[in-house]
Each structure stands twice: as structure tokens, then as C-alpha cells.
Design a protein around this ligand. Structure first.
Ligand code: GTR
Length: 401
């Protein structure tokens, strides 16, 4: 058994070498369906190779800039003023087991103002807790602070039972998920009402949701019931893309969770055509999500100097968990697994073991190679209570108590 595992590890190493090296062999394509050559996270644009952890910050900065320029756009940082106002606190929520806070996060910039709300429950354990921050892309009744409505999408009671805090922000309060009104939220806070063309590398809705996640982190870092070294950002589908983009940019998140994030999320874009979503389709269906520059790669994935394993690599050496639904071919579960597996070369710089690209778990299986987890749930495109239990399993191992 041990020998077999070692063989697989060796095979993975060899194959990892093949795919990221100059020429992808026919055999590796047949094994993983990775078309052509994956860009190498460890090779600078000028050809130099990253051979040690100390060189990584420079290469990391280069990759981050490529994602800003070509995919998610450039977003601003802190506004001129940022204020947190407690709208409600219930120290004896959920029958006394939890503390509920509703906080208004208000930004002021150039005389303009924008406010969105954060809801969080923390267990009344007497010590600060790790927290899961959901970027909610569904309706607000999924994150009901009164708990009259309960949704598996944000299972407060389950998190509290496992000793975790859980928080949520509403993506639509940052940028409405539609073109053209996407700019009506935080983008106008910074840019005003100026009509006319925006730069082709300007942030849009996904950049705005991620910006909000970082402002939520600004608040959580001040919350006496939260351990700021244990903050996870989590999202499903478009929210999962935003969660990964948040974790790639903001190193304060020690765990980043992508559920069913698919194209421009965890899934590699250099993959065989089929049912999965492509760059061409996503740009056509959702013109409000990505920088306009991303359209240059419609039917032209090979020209991208990056692929999504490099987005996950930007999270290293922090924790990352990827989950897929086995029937969710549109999000390409195998591509999501490979995105995580091929980030291994970056994690290896920090001494972490490889995730074997040939050993994707079967239905209802999971794998954890510290500090990264993957699971495949039998089922559709959704974020369920079962998925959350797997993410809490990863948190248990990533944030040991
Ligand atoms: C789909 C879209 C996906 C995914 C999904 C969702 O229609 O093609 O990229 O984001 O929506 O957010 O539920």
C-alpha cells in the first residue's frame, strides 16, 4: 500500500514536470486532458526560475499583476475613511450559545459614501474563534440573522456546534450582479457617475465583491470574538471565483474556500472542450464580472500567460479548500481538482507535499494534503451542509487548536 502510494507520488512528480516543462507530452494530455502547456508558476516572465521560497514574493507579485491586468481588473485599496457601526448585538443568540452582531461597514471617498452590512454569529466559548466569511451570491434570506429561515448555504447552527464563528456579506450590496448596473455600488464610490469608457483593466463585479470581502476582514480584525489569524473566505460558484480572488490578493485570510467555482475559479482553462464553461461563454453571459481585457482570450486560452493553478498558487502557503459537485460538468470538477493539484509546485517551495493529479477522489471522497483539501460531493451545482462539514474538517486541520 505504502509502496503504491510512493509510486503514485513519483508518477505525479514526473507528470508535473512534463506538463509545466516546455512541451506537454501526448501522454500527459491523455492522462489529464490538459491541452498544450500549462504556464509555469515558478518561471519569471524573463525566463528565470524560482528555486527557493525567498524568490517567491517577486514572482507572486508578477502573477498577481497578470491576473489584475488580464482577468479580474485593478481595484482600489482602502477608502479615505472606513467606519464600523453596530446595528444590532445579541449576546444570547441561538438559545444563549452564540453572539450575533450586525455591523454596517461604511466607506467614504471624495465626498461620496457607501454602506454594506456584515452579519456574524460567534460561539459563546469565552475565547476568540475561527470564522467563515461567506460571500453570498444568493438572496439575503439565505443569511437570515433571525434564524427563522434556515438555509444549508449558510448553516449557522452547524458552525456554532463545531466551535466556529460564521459571517456573511451580500455581494449585491457591493455590486449588483448585472450589466450595466454593476458599477452602481462600490465602483461608483471610487469613480463617481462619470459616464464613458472605463479602462480595459478596470475592476468589475468580481473585483467589487472581493473588495468588500477585504473590508469585511478589516472589521473582523477588530472583533473581540474573532481570532484574526483564523479567518476563512468562502463562496460558491461566482462567489467561489470571488473568494479565490480575495484570498489571492489579501494575505490576511488564512483559509480560502472555493465551492463549485468553475471557469475563472479553481478550474483550469486549458482543458478539452465539452460541456464545461469557457472564457468565450463566460464573457458573453456575464459581461459585468471581468476586466474587458479578458475578452482577448475568447477561444484563445493558450495566449493567457496564466492559468487558474497560478491563482491558487497565490494563496500559498495558506490553506485552500476546493469542493465540486460530481454532476456539475459546467464547472468542470476534474479541472477544479487539477487547478488545485497543479498549484503544488508553489506549495512545494514551502515544504508541502504534492497533490497527485492522477488521484482525484471519487464521489463523496476527499483528500487533504496540508494545507490543502479537495472533496467531490455526489450531486449538483450547490453549496450544501455536507460541503460545509468538509470545509470545517479542513479548518480543523489548518487551524489546529
Ligand atoms: C453560471 C455561470 C458560472 C457560475 C454560476 C453561478 O451560470 O456560468 O460561471 O458562476 O452561474 O454563479 O451559479
Amino acid at each position: 500500500m505504502g509502496g503504491q502510494r510512493l509510486d503514485l507520488r513519483m508518477k505525479a512528480l514526473v507528470v508535473l514536470g512534463w506538463v509545466v516543462a516546455a512541451g506537454c507530452t501526448a501522454e500527459s494530455e491523455a492522462l489529464f486532458g490538459v491541452e498544450g502547456t500549462l504556464p509555469d508558476p515558478l518561471r519569471f516572465e524573463d525566463g528565470r526560475r524560482v528555486t527557493s521560497e525567498t524568490q517567491w514574493p517577486d514572482r507572486r507579485a508578477e502573477i498577481l499583476e497578470l491576473f489584475k491586468t488580464h482577468v479580474y481588473g485593478h481595484a482600489p485599496g482602502l477608502p479615505e475613511q472606513l467606519a464600523f457601526t453596530v446595528l444590532e448585538e445579541d449576546p444570547a443568540a441561538l438559545g444563549g450559545t452564540a453572539n450575533l452582531m450586525r455591523v454596517a461597514i461604511t466607506s467614504r471617498q471624495a465626498g461620496r459614501e457607501h454602506t454594506f452590512e456584515l452579519i456574524r454569529f460567534a460561539p459563546n466559548t469565552g475565547t476568540p474563534s475561527g470564522v467563515f466569511l461567506l460571500l453570498n451570491n444568493r438572496s439575503a434570506n439565505n443569511t437570515d440573522p433571525t434564524r427563522i429561515e434556515k438555509s444549508e448555504f449558510w448553516p449557522v447552527e452547524d458552525a456554532i456546534a463545531r466551535g466556529y464563528a460564521i459571517a456573511a456579506i451580500q455581494n449585491s450590496e457591493l455590486a449588483i450582479d448585472d450589466a450595466p448596473p454593476f458599477a452602481a455600488g462600490v465602483i461608483q464610490l471610487f469613480e463617481g457617475d462619470a459616464a464613458g469608457p472605463r479602462p480595459p483593466d478596470a475592476w468589475k463585479a468580481i473585483g467589487a465583491w472581493s473588495w468588500g470581502a477585504s473590508r469585511a476582514m478589516d472589521y473582523l480584525a477588530t472583533d473581540r470574538l474573532i481570532d484574526p489569524t483564523r479567518v476563512a473566505v468562502i463562496g460558491h460558484s461566482r462567489g467561489g471565483k470571488a473568494a479565490l480572488w480575495t484570498g489571492a490578493q489579501d494575505e490576511r485570510f488564512s483559509l480560502v474556500i472555493s465551492n463549485g467555482s468553475g471557469c475563472a475559479g479553481a478550474a483550469l482553462t486549458r482543458r478539452p472542450r465539452g460541456v464545461r464553461e469557457t472564457i468565450t461563454v463566460i464573457n458573453a453571459l456575464f459581461p459585468d464580472w471581468f476586466a474587458d481585457n479578458f475578452r482577448a482570450f475568447n477561444d484563445n486560452e493558450e495566449a493567457l500567460p496564466i492559468d487558474q493553478h497560478m491563482l491558487i498558487g497565490l494563496i500559498a502557503p495558506r490553506g485552500v479548500a476546493v469542493g465540486s459537485g460530481s454532476y456539475d460538468s459546467w464547472a468542470d470538477p476534474e479541472g477544479e481538482y487539477l487547478g488545485l493539484a497543479y498549484a503544488s509546485s508553489v506549495y512545494a517551495l514551502f515544504g508541502d507535499a504534492l497533490i497527485d493529479p492522477t488521484a482525484m477522489p471519487g464521489e463523496d471522497g476527499s483528500v487533504f494534503v496540508a494545507p490543502r483539501g479537495y472533496h467531490l460531493r455526489t450531486g449538483n451545482h450547490d453549496l450544501t451542509a455536507w460541503d460545509w462539514q468538509r470545509y470545517m474538517d479542513v479548518a480543523d486541520q489548518t487551524w489546529p487548536r
